[in-house]
Design a protein around this ligand. Structure first.
Ligand SMILES: Cc1ncc(COP(=O)(O)O)c(C=O)c1O
Length: 430
């Protein structure tokens, strides 16, 4: 890293970040210092649902900031109460909302609520937290223990018997997706081995994006709901990436028509304009805690910030008014059809995704590793005007919800061109 800066810059794999300094942004486009404009094909870090500088969001932020610049978590603000009601109704109603500051802290709050609730019900032995072996739920505090993906494991972190990682939808040996029947058998076996009487909760991402864009078979969330009901396990759906329209519905669990016990959210809740996160908790859980007089005692100074809540309300209004959930669902076909051009490329193992969440998984080819090829394709995409994210041999694509059809075609073309270029070069060099 040659850039002269006092800022500690390291990516999640512990590498120095490449010299990509972004000086400004407008819509889905950013200006990279010393280069041309580039399109945010991963929405920054899966946050920027409505692009940069959206005038209505900027206006909402300004109005909120000049009206009520902060509100103590010991008080209520109009914005935080209105947002709580709005979130509950988007989720199907009868949820209580507890605010947090980041996706990871929302997951920590959810975990604390699940354990306290079983304790309140006289079952303190139910405290094990289950999550899936390729999951990502944050990497600080307790959230780092919930995260199951080895690549994100914090070095030196001790194992904790209270956190266990069980089979995800991806077969770790073959890289294929398990069938629903196989998953049922494996999950039943995992739960039996641990003992349902010791399990408090199960965390699941509807699409495991950071862990490799793992898309479970249809019916997976229904299966988890059924198992959690049968074994009295609190089902916590982590919608930090998948929420707020990215899957083509408000929340990805809504594709399966289930009701989670808790839903955690972050990132796109404010379209990335303000740090805000939340946990929606089924009212029966809230009532259990209240009835047994078990307080949460969880206060986060900056959570429920009225400016963040006002921006979130405006972002939700825009997504609804502009029909962006439907637009995402329509873009799904456009993106799938566009990627057909490289579906048979010898450097690609798989292309998968839905809504605005896509993964291109590479394979080792002609002496180059999948990870190396993916990183190379990401660099080429950047030079072709499109920022994507590569890790673990997989490129993630996750554009803003309000991408135009021209931008969508440009993004697909940048990727098709980059993959084709490297495939041709490697084939010629062999
Ligand atoms: C599914 C999921 N949960 C939680 C988190 C953690 O969010 P944060 O980095 O805001 O703590 C992430 C971050 O990428 C995520 O993808």
């Amino acid at each position: 890293m040659s850039t002269n800066t006092s800022q500690w810059v390291e990516d999640f794999e512990g590498q120095d970040v490449p010299e990509l300094i972004i000086s400004s942004g407008q819509g889905g486009w950013v200006k990279i210092e010393g280069r041309d404009l580039a399109y945010e094909a991963v929405s920054g870090h899966s946050c920027l649902n409505l692009g940069h500088g959206h005038p209505e969001l900027v206006d909402a932020a300004q109005t909120a900031m000049s009206g009520l610049s902060y509100c103590s978590p010991e008080h209520l603000s109009t914005a935080s109460m209105t947002l709580a009601d709005r979130l509950s109704s988007l989720l199907g109603g009868n949820y209580m909302v507890k605010y947090a500051l980041s996706g990871g802290s929302a997951n920590e709050v959810a975990l604390g609520i699940a354990r306290r609730r079983w304790s309140a019900l006289g079952r303190p032995e139910k405290k094990i937290c289950l999550s899936l072996d390729r999951s990502y739920h944050g990497n600080l505090g307790q959230a780092q223990f919930v995260t199951g993906f080895e690549a994100f494991r914090v070095e030196g972190r001790p194992d904790s018997p209270d956190f266990m990682h069980i089979t995800s939808a991806r077969n770790a040996e073959t890289g294929d997706t398990f069938s629903l029947d196989e998953l049922r058998q494996r999950l039943e076996a995992d739960i039996a081995a641990i003992g349902a009487e010791r399990i408090a909760c199960l965390f699941v991402e509807p699409v495991n994006f950071a862990g490799g864009v793992i898309i479970p078979p249809r019916g997976y969330l229904k299966l988890l709901r059924e198992l959690c009901d049968r074994y009295e396990i609190t089902l916590i759906v982590d919608e930090v990436i998948t929420g707020f329209g990215r899957s083509g519905t408000w929340f990805a669990f809504q594709h399966e028509d289930i009701r989670p016990d808790m839903v955690t959210m972050g990132k796109g809740i404010t379209a990335g304009y303000f740090p805000l996160a939340a946990v929606a908790v089924d009212r029966t859980i809230y009532n259990d805690l209240r009835q047994h007089q078990v307080p949460l005692k969880m206060v986060i100074t900056m959570a429920s910030h009225p400016v963040g809540c006002s921006i979130a309300l405006k972002a939700i209004e825009i997504v609804e008014r502009d029909g962006l959930c439907d637009q995402v669902a329509a873009n799904e076909n456009r993106i799938r059809a566009g990627f057909e051009a490289i579906a048979q490329s010898p450097v690609l193992r798989d292309i998968r995704g839905f809504g605005h969440m896509w993964g291109l998984e590479f394979c080792d080819f002609n002496g180059r590793t999948a990870a190396d090829i993916a990183a190379d394709v990401a660099r080429r995409c950047e030079h072709n005007g499109c920022i994507v994210a590569a890790a673990d041999g997989i490129i993630r694509v996750n554009p803003p919800l309000n991408i135009s059809t021209e931008e969508c075609d440009m993004m697909i073309q940048a990727m098709v061109r980059s993959v084709s270029e490297i495939a041709d070069e490697l084939a010629i060099g062999s």
